[in-house]
Every structure is written in structure tokens, then in C-alpha cells.
Design a protein around this ligand. Structure first.
Ligand code: KG4
Ligand code: ZN
Length: 952
């Protein structure tokens, strides 16, 4: 059965975590285990001490187990979400889907909590885990923690028992019968003579081999010595186990007689290969079972990478050391050589802003001492990290060696419902760049998101630069006090109203509209939308079509990767547009360059955020990832109508999560790997923000894309859903039978026995050499042709049921093309396209008519990507006039995949389910009842899993 280990954090004492201690949460799901760990900062912020960890052996169940495990761990340790200072995630290398579940969940967590996110190599994490277990990292605090763990009252057995009950509950699942248990094969560390190993004084060589499937492994080699973990070989790479073994042996030759250890989940398959190769070379490798423990991840982060990364949630991506099968075979076909996939580090911006962390304490004190009088000593700053309500932001400049140096910071605190500004310091070399402004804006916006309505500060009368800065930020002087400062200088007092009563009411009041953020990642579009009731505030679609076009169809692996890259910025964009047009956009619209409108620190012009690199970088491949804001200008206009007028001038740049009532996410049907990214991310976001999450069926979403604002579905109805993945006729007598459920509401009259309609369009288009997706191109051609020119088969036209079959038609068209080409006759493309399209239309219209008359429907709906086909729309409209039914089709902009339709589906379900829900908010804003009801709708649990299948 599944194996769950540890809550005693690998030999470290389980000290109770005081509520003022900041902790990091680290997780890794890239291998056969789900790893979660908590580590606390030492009082001076410079070190991390393991608190607890969980290691659950459960391959392929990461999406179900990760968040419940995190939730249980925090509850058990009595750690609140507010105590989490940063999220650390294993970036692999490992199982593609596994790594993405960890990374997507972590992105949702960090974005929702507003804390930095960092990625760590999983092989690094293993090395640091081992170093921790061996006690090689022995600072005073760590030593004390280990010593405490030795005391009888902290004996591991007792502690394990306490947690086992819950853990087993989590681990109980029939699907988990096929797991591999590494511990059964390899000795655990307890069986080795650890003290001898650790105290020998000799460095320990650690070889790591992670299972890469396809008969390959991800190897890495480390040297562990007192207080140090050194990576040998190259950065993470992929190779055959034989080559990895040879690499290990080549490097270990010179370490004969030293302790040589071997770890990683690759051992399950290749242990004997590694041991034999080594022993042939006269080396004795000792296998150990050390997974990438969460606490090891945290150590690796702090010790070896923390200063290099921006902490930007959008920038953290899985480590990919090789391409997908599709890309590799395409490269082979076209005889291109693929370079190893590039890491994202090269894209790092030169200046970045993030919330400050306890380990930044020393740098903050230094900056204050050098340029601001040194009032804020390390000790005082440390206590700020422990005090409640603190909002601390820093700006970092990238140095030549890739590390980041603190160049400015702002310290503020929410005290008695007011934001008080304590200190703002900018290093002289970085003045005039708008850093102080941006840092303060970040603090102000975070405070606003918590419902804080006033900001106050005091400043030395002689500090004109600072006073100008505050005045530009909208602060007004409300008084002064003579000889306020110890040296006798006068203070000026300033104040700024952050939110009016009307604005607070609009965002959180009892009469606000039901506000939903919807997320859709079921196929090849990453989409997010904000709705207020059934009013669409924003809809953003990041299309991946350019990435798939080369392959003539959607490559699932690429889709999943692109969703992981785009999800954070797509949601950010939807939340920005959901509030009101952001500053730079409005300035551009007014014909001004964005660069000239930002707020300023001094008289110099501030470069735009893009130039400064202050905004999160665009997703990894920016040029080709187009954000099609359902048309951007339209969305912008709509949003200013919605929240705009009341919230204009607040300084908020995006809707805060605390103002959302619900999250909606497509959880079926679709490409499973693609769905998982959106679902994992949405679950993380929901857990972090307390905003409840609801699953929406993608096909039902397509149906709701036809519903206009202020309207609802008209029953009884018949719907023809035609997309790239589906072709089906549905009937419904009324809204959901079960609260919120689409299952049972719809009767599936019939569906395709083989290809989907969009798929048929795409395949025929491909045969004609048209680019992917072929549907739009083919229908354009068809408009010029004669639909009666070629008599293609109309399968199942008279079958008397509602089934469809399209593969025969597809084959007939392709055969026709070949025959004509062989006969040397030139194809009449428009005639061919029109005839193919007509064959589809004839069958679909006939079956739709039959369905309408047999079910005495009052309304007929056409939905899905193929609903964009004009000829089909028209033919159905004409046919239905005979049957006295209303015909509803989606607007063209909402035919393809989008999140607006997902949000609208949830809103519709809520509208039919009575009243009385409560909004959760992890903030100072009081939860208030919301007008429309979500209470009756079934929420998605933390263990929710996506499904590739529709269960309408
Ligand atoms: O609903 P959708 O965006 O994605 C899925 O959920 O599958 O549908 C995409 C499909 C593609 O196969 C595309 O070729 C097809 O819809 N499509 C069209 C047209 N526009 C898009 N098919 C025929 N005529 C069109 N005008
Ligand atoms: Zn679709």
C-alpha cells in the first residue's frame, strides 16, 4: 500500500510554530511521491529550520493528494496562510504531468496569497534532503533542533502515530495498488551508519538518477560536505541509464574509498545496472531512499538560488530537458536538430519587485544604514517580519553574476485599519526610476485589497523629495508637529483616502453582483474571464494555435506546457480588464506613450513597466503567444461600464481576489493533461484565497455561450454541440436536476460514432495543405464553391437515430483528392470544400430537425467551435422556421473556447439555486452575504480531479 512517511522532518524537532513565525511551504510532485514540507525562518531570518514534512508514495495521484496534504499539514501545525512567506516548488526534471501539477498548484497558491514563488531543481532537493538527514548542515539552530529531536518526548514513533490516522485516510484509494515502494528495495538511511558517514569528515559523493520514462533517466551528481552541497556534472539533463552510469563512474573514479551514495526514483528500474557498472569499475555505491523532501527543497532554495530569482509567479516553469514525442518526430521528419530546451533564466528582467522575506533583513538594514540614517536596525526589521499586518516590498537589481541586490524597499503596516508608511529607502544609483512609487503602490494596493480605506504617514519637514513623492501619490498634508523627531526636526503628517464607502460597497457590499473569475484550459486556448452576474467584464484568450499549427493539429503535450506558461498572466490580464482599463492601456488609447504617464519619483521620466522589467515577464515564448482579449478593446469597454466608474481612481490596478465570490474552472471534458493544469492552478488559487471553486462542463459552457446578458436558456431545448472534440445532440426540459450539476440535466440524444465535426474539417483541410485549424479556412473556401458539385456520402442520414459518423466522409474526400491528383486533374478547391461542408450540413440539419419535432422543443441551440460556420448557422436557421422554434447561436467571438462561457454557466447554475451564500475572504474585509446564491452548488474539493470524458 501507499507509504506515508514522516512528520518529524527527518530528524528535526517538531517545535510548535508561534503565530508570528514566518514559514515557507515547499512541495514537489515530479516523481512517484507527493512531497510537502514546512520550514520556519530563524529569528534573524537568515536560516530555515525544518518543521515537518510528508512524503506520500502515490504515483499519478498528485492532483488529488497535493492540496489535501498541504491543508492537513498546515492545520496540524497550526500554521495560518498569513504566515506563509513564500512558496517553493520542485521544477523537476520528472514526469511531465507530475511536475506541471506541482508547478500549477504552486502558482495558484502563490498568486492567491500574494507571496513570491520559487522553483528548485528536484535533483538539488534530493541532495539537500540528504544533507539535512545526515546533519551536514549544522548551524547552531539546526543543531539545536536535531538535539531536541533526540529527546525522548520527541521520539519519532509517537509523533508518527499521531498523524498516521489522517494520512491513511488520504492515502486510502483503490487506484493506488500499483505503486512502487522504493523503501522495500533500498535501505533507508536509518540502516546506514549515519554518524560514521557524517562524521568521517570526508565529503560524500551522491549520485541521483530520476526516472525519465522512455528508457531514460535524469542523472545528477553532488558532493556533500559540512554545510555545503556542490553540484557536479552539468545542469539537469536526460540520457540513457547506461550513459548515466558511465557518467557517474567517470566522475567517481577519483573518489575511491569515499562514501558513495545513490538515490532517486530511477533506482526502482535501474538500481542493479548502476551498482554493477560501478562495481565493475571498482566502486561501491550504496543506494539510499531519499526523495526530494519538502524541507530539502526549502534548504536548496535558500542556500542555492534564492538571490538569483525574481520570485515572480509567472516566471517559474518546469525544467524540461527534452521535447515531446511529437516535436521529436517532427524534427526527425524534417531533419532539424533540436537544441536542448532553453531554460527561462535568460529572460529575467533587470529590475524586479516582490514582497520582502526574512532573509532580506540584513540587506534592508544595510540599505537603511547607508542611505537613510540607520534607524531601522536588523533587530527592528526582524521584528517587523513577525508583526501582523505588515506589507513590505523590495526592488531588486540584477547584478552581472546573475544575483539580485536590494536597491529600494518600502515598509508599511496595517494598524487600526489604516495603512501606515514606516520607511521608504532607495539607493542613490536607482533613484529617479519610479521605484519608490511602485513599491508604495504595491503596498497601497495590497492594503486596499483587504478593505483598508486610509493611509497615513509622517515625514521630516526638510525631506522635500519624499514629500513630493507622497503628494504625487495623492497624499495630502493634514498637519505637522514641531520637534517631533529626536534631533528636534518637525514632522509633517500626510493622509490619503484609499477607498470611499461607495467603493467598499461595490467591491464587498451585500448588494454587489455575484463576481466570478472563470478559467478554461481544456484544449489549446488558455482563457480567463471575469463576470458580474451575467455581465461579462473581461474575457482573455491566449491562443496556442501558432504552436500547434506546425503539427497540423493540437499536440497535447505542447498544450499542457503552454497552459502552464500562460495561466498566470492570462488570469492577471482578466482581473486587470475586469476592473477598468489599466493605466498604460488608457494612455495608449489616448495616443500617448505609456512611458510618459506613470507616476514619478523625481523629475525624470519613468520608463514603462515593460522597459524596467518590473512587470512579470511575458510567458516564456512571448512573440507568438497572442493574447486575444475577447477582443481586447471590447473587453476594455465592457469593463469600464461594469466596475469602472465607481472604482476608477482607486489606485487598484486589478480586481482583488477578495472581491470575487466564486472561481469557475473547466474540469471536463478535454485533453486530460491540459485540464489538469487549469484545475490544479484553480484549486491552489481557491485554497489560498478562500474563494470557493466550482467545476464546469466544457460542453455545457459552449451551450451557455449562446445566452445573451439578461437572458437564460429557454426550455425545452435541443442543442447541437459541434466542436473539435465533440458532435452531439442534446435535449433538456429544464435546468439542473441536481443543484449545479450538468449530469442528468441533459439527455444525450446521440453523438458521433467516430470523428468530431471540427476534427473532420481539420483533417480534410490538412489533406488540402491548409494550415491548422482548417475549419475556418475550409469554410471560407466553401463560400466560393458549388455545394452540389461533388456528391459526397451523407452517412447515417436515414438511420432513424441521432448518431453521426464522419470518418467515412473524411475518407471519401481524401480518396477523391488522391484520385483527381493521380488523374492529373486540377482540384476545384472551392467546389470540393463546399461539397464536403454541404454533406455535413445536410446530415446535421436533418437530425436537428428530427430532434426538435420529436422532443417538441421550444428552442434550438447551436454551440461549439463549428458554430462559427456561417453556412451551418444559416442552414439551421432556415430549417427551423418550419418547426416554430427559436434558434440561438453564439456570437462569433464566443464560438471558440473561452472562459466567459464557463463563468456564465456557473452564474446560471447559481441563479437557479435559491439564496444565501457567504463569501470567504482571508483579509480584514468582513465576509458578507452575496446576492445570488452559490450555497446550494457543489464545490470542488481539494482532491478534485479532471476528467477527459463528458458526463452530461
Ligand atoms: O470548440 P472549439 O474551439 O474547441 C473544442 O472544444 O474542440 O472547436 C474548435 C473546432 C476546430 O476543429 C475548428 O476547425 C472548428 O472548431 N471550426 C470550424 C470553423 N471555425 C472553427 N469548423 C468549420 N467552420 C468554421 N468556420
Ligand atoms: Zn470547445
Amino acid at each position: 500500500m501507499s507509504q506515508t512517511r514522516g512528520r518529524d522532518a527527518a530528524g528535526y524537532a517538531p517545535a510548535p510554530i508561534a503565530p508570528d513565525v514566518r514559514v515557507v511551504l515547499a512541495c514537489d510532485t515530479s516523481g512517484a511521491t507527493v512531497e510537502v514540507g514546512l520550514a520556519r525562518f530563524t529569528p534573524d531570518g537568515s536560516e530555515l529550520i525544518p518543521v515537518c514534512e510528508r512524503s506520500i508514495t502515490a504515483p499519478r495521484e498528485a492532483n488529488q493528494l497535493l492540496l489535501p496534504t498541504i491543508d492537513a499539514l498546515l492545520q496540524e501545525q497550526d500554521v495560518s496562510r498569513e504566515q506563509l512567506a513564500a512558496i517553493i516548488v520542485g521544477r523537476g526534471p520528472g514526469s511531465f504531468t507530475g511536475v506541471r501539477i506541482g508547478v500549477a498548484t504552486a502558482k495558484g497558491l502563490a498568486q492567491g496569497l500574494g507571496v513570491p514563488l520559487y522553483g528548485v531543481s528536484t535533483t538539488d532537493a534530493i541532495a539537500w534532503s540528504l544533507a539535512l538527514q545526515l546533519g551536514l548542515l549544522s548551524s547552531e539552530e539546526l543543531r539545536a533542533s536535531r538535539a531536541a529531536a533526540e529527546r525522548p518526548e520527541n521520539a519519532p514513533a509517537e509523533r508518527s502515530q499521531r498523524s498516521r490516522g489522517e494520512l491513511c485516510e488520504l492515502s486510502e484509494s483503490p487506484a493506488r495498488s500499483d505503486l512502487r515502494d522504493l523503501d522495500e528495495r533500498t535501505p533507508s538511511l536509518e540502516q546506514l551508519d549515519l554518524p560514521a558517514l557524517a562524521q568521517s569528515g570526508r565529503p560524500i559523493q551522491l549520485a541521483v538518477a530520476l526516472d525519465a520514462m522512455r528508457k531514460e533517466v535524469y542523472p545528477a551528481l553532488f558532493e556533500l560536505s559540512e554545510g555545503r552541497v556542490l553540484r557536479r556534472l552539468r545542469p539537469d539533463y536526460v540520457t540513457t541509464p547506461e550513459a548515466a552510469a558511465a557518467d557517474f563512474v567517470a566522475h567517481l573514479q577519483s573518489h575511491q574509498g569515499e562514501p558513495l551514495l545513490l538515490a532517486g526514483d530511477g533506482l526502482a528500474k535501474y538500481e542493479s545496472l548502476f551498482l554493477e557498472t560501478a562495481s565493475t569499475a571498482g566502486l561501491e555505491l550504496t543506494p539510499v531512499a531519499t526523495p526530494p523532501l519538502g524541507i530539502g527543497l526549502a534548504q536548496a532554495w535558500l542556500a542555492s538560488g534564492y538571490e538569483r530569482d525574481t520570485g515572480d509567479v509567472a516566471a517559474v516553469l518546469p525544467i524540461y530537458t527534452r521535447y515531446s514525442d511529437a516535436e521529436e518526430s517532427e524534427a526527425q521528419r524534417s531533419q532539424r536538430t533540436l537544441e536542448a530546451p532553453a531554460d527561462d533564466a535568460s529572460q529575467a528582467p533587470s529590475l524586479s519587485i516582490r514582497p520582502l522575506l526574512p532573509p532580506d533583513t540584513a540587506a534592508m538594514a544595510r540599505l537603511d544604514a547607508d542611505f537613510a540614517g540607520g534607524l531601522w536596525t536588523s533587530g527592528l526589521i526582524s521584528s517587523e517580519f513577525k508583526a501582523p499586518g505588515r506589507l513590505l516590498y523590495g526592488a531588486f537589481a540584477r547584478e552581472a553574476d546573475g544575483t539580485r541586490r536590494l536597491v529600494a524597499f518600502a515598509m508599511t503596516a496595517i494598524l487600526a485599519d489604516e495603512l501606515q508608511v514606516f520607511d521608504v529607502v532607495t539607493e542613490p544609483d536607482h533613484r529617479g526610476l519610479g521605484l519608490a512609487t511602485r513599491l508604495l503602490q504595491a503596498c497601497l494596493e495590497r492594503a486596499q485589497a483587504r478593505g483598508v480605506c486610509t493611509a497615513t504617514l509622517e515625514v521630516r519637514r526638510s525631506n522635500t523629495v519624499a514629500r513630493q513623492l507622497y503628494e504625487r501619490l495623492g497624499f495630502t498634508r493634514v498637519g505637522s508637529r514641531q520637534k517631533y523627531y529626536p534631533d528636534g526636526e518637525d514632522a509633517a503628517f500626510y493622509r490619503k483616502e484609499l477607498l470611499t464607502t461607495a467603493q467598499v460597497a461595490r467591491l464587498w457590499g451585500p448588494d454587489r453582483p455575484l463576481r466570478v473569475l472563470a478559467i478554461e484550459t481544456s484544449c489549446d486556448e488558455t482563457a480567463a474571464a471575469v463576470l458580474e452576474g451575467d455581465h461579462l467584464c473581461s474575457s482573455v484568450v491566449a491562443s496556442q494555435i501558432p504552436f500547434h499549427a506546425r503539427f497540423g493539429g493540437v499536440v497535447p503535450e505542447i498544450a499542457s506546457r503552454k497552459h502552464t506558461e500562460a495561466i498566470v498572466s492570462t488570469v492577471e490580464e482578466a482581473l486587470r480588464l475586469g476592473l477598468l482599463p489599466p493605466e498604460p492601456l488608457r494612455a495608449t488609447a489616448a495616443g500617448k506613450s505609456p512611458a510618459s504617464v506613470s507616476l514619478r519619483d523625481s523629475d525624470e521620466t519613468i520608463p514603462s513597466p515593460g522597459q524596467l522589467g518590473l512587470l512579470p515577464p511575458e510567458p516564456a515564448s512571448p512573440p507568438s503567444l497572442s493574447l486575444r482579449g475577447a477582443k481586447r478593446s471590447e473587453a476594455t469597454r465592457q469593463s469600464s461600464q461594469a466596475a469602472g466608474p465607481v472604482l476608477q481612481g482607486t489606485g487598484l490596478t486589478a480586481l482583488p481576489f477578495s472581491a470575487l465570490d466564486a472561481l469557475a474552472v473547466t474540469d471536463r471534458p478535454g485533453l486530460i493533461g491540459a485540464l489538469i493544469v487549469g484545475l490544479a492552478y484553480a484549486k491552489g488559487l481557491s485554497w489560498a484565497t478562500g474563494v470557493p471553486l466550482y467545476g464546469v462542463n466544457h460542453l455545457e459552457g459552449h451551450l451557455y455561450a449562446t445566452v445573451d446578458e439578461g437572458d437564460s436558456l429557454h426550455y425545452p431545448l435541443v442543442a447541437l454541440v459541434v466542436s473539435g472534440g465533440h458532435t452531439m445532440l442534446l435535449a433538456a426540459d429544464g435546468p439542473a436536476v441536481q443543484p449545479g450539476a450538468s449530469a442528468g440535466t441533459y439527455q444525450v440524444l446521440g453523438s458521433t460514432l467516430d470523428d468530431a465535426t471540427g476534427e473532420a474539417f481539420d483533417k480534410v483541410a490538412k489533406a488540402l495543405g491548409l494550415p491548422y485549424p482548417g475549419g475556418p479556412a475550409l469554410s471560407k473556401l466553401a463560400a466560393e464553391g458549388n455545394p452540389a458539385a461533388i456528391d459526397f456520402p451523407r452517412a447515417l442520414l436515414h438511420s432513424g437515430d441521432y448518431s453521426f459518423s464522419l470518418s467515412g466522409l473524411k475518407t471519401a474526400v481524401i480518396t477523391y483528392i488522391k484520385r483527381e491528383q493521380e488523374a492529373g486533374r486540377e482540384l476545384n478547391l472551392p467546389d470540393l470544400a463546399a461539397s464536403f461542408q454541404q454533406a455535413i450540413i445536410d446530415v446535421q440539419v436533418a437530425k436537428a430537425e428530427r430532434a426538435v419535432s420529436e422532443t417538441s422543443a421550444r428552442a434550438f441551440y447551436l454551440a461549439g467551435g463549428v458554430a462559427a460556420n456561417t453556412a451551418l448557422r444559416e442552414a439551421l436557421a432556415v430549417a427551423m422556421t418550419e418547426h416554430d422554434v427559436e434558434v440561438h447561436v453564439p456570437p462569433l467571438a464566443l464560438c471558440g473556447d473561452n472562459a466567459a462561457m464557463i463563468g456564465r454557466t456557473l452564474v446560471a447554475h447559481a441563479a437557479t439555486q435559491g439564496v444565501g451564500s457567504t463569501v470567504f475572504a482571508t483579509s480584514t474585509v468582513d465576509p458578507t452575504p452575496c446576492v445570488a446564491s452559490l450555497a446550494a452548488l457543489p464545490k470542488l474539493g481539494l482532491d478534485a480531479e479532471a476528467s477527459a470524458h463528458s458526463d452530461l
